[in-house]
Design a protein around this ligand. Structure first.
Ligand code: SAM
Length: 192
């Protein structure tokens, strides 16, 4: 394992994965190049939904999963890669989810002008809070170094701080001595 305090995405996935268990239901709300989907697939979920609005991301994720030996889970429907906005997750997700992961921003190696947007993100996060099972985790990696990401962070932090403390428990990881707006992690669990 690499030094988790120097790699935010790995820290987020390490925390998120600890909420996954065999038979769980997972949503990767921003599959991108598929690295998070691949890591989550290893936990033997009964269902894993992966969303992205870019066909390139859907193709990259499917290719990565196939190359790592998870092709049969795509064929038998255990893993569904859906080319749609996470704001429409209600149209695709059946029942509740134990773990929902967002890695906001743009597709690494892709078009940097296509990023997650405040309106879609906030709609999707509200759906996620409803879809989350008791004891489940919503893990959001935020990038405030660009304009849309800064507004996303502001609105997400407000939402998290004002959640009903009887129902949700929210925490926030911020790398306090790093420059240039390093990624931050927002963690929300629905209490048992
Ligand atoms: C930082 S990347 C995700 C990285 C990915 N988790 C990985 O492991 O490679 C963010 C992704 O969010 C996607 N995205 C942007 N808006 C979206 C939306 N409304 N719904 C779903 N995905 C979206 C982008 O296309 C991009 O691929």
């Amino acid at each position: 394992m690499s030094n988790l305090l120097t790699k935010t995405t790995e820290l987020a996935m390490y925390i998120a994965s600890s909420y996954a268990f065999p038979g769980c239901v997972i949503v990767d709300a921003t599959c991108g190049n598929g690295h998070d989907t691949l890591a989550l697939a290893a936990s033997c979920p009964s269902k894993l939904y992966a969303f992205d609005i870019q066909q390139q991301a859907v193709d990259n994720t499917a290719a990565l999963l196939r190359s790592e030996g998870y092709g049969s889970l795509l064929e038998n429907g255990t893993i569904s890669i859906i080319c749609d906005s996470h704001s429409n997750m209600y149209d695709h997700v059946t029942g509740h989810a134990d773990l929902i992961v967002f890695n906001l921003g743009y597709l690494p190696g892709g078009d940097k002008t296509i990023t997650t947007s405040v309106t879609e993100t906030m709609t999707a996060i509200r759906s996620s809070l409803d879809l989350l099972n008791k004891g489940g985790l919503l893990c959001i990696t935020m990038y405030s170094g660009h304009k849309e990401g800064s507004v996303e962070k502001e609105q997400l932090m407000y939402l998290a701080k004002t959640l009903d403390p009887k129902t949700y428990h929210a925490a926030y990881v911020n790398f306090i001595n790093q420059h240039n707006a390093p990624p931050e992690i927002l963690l929300i669990t629905r209490k048992k």
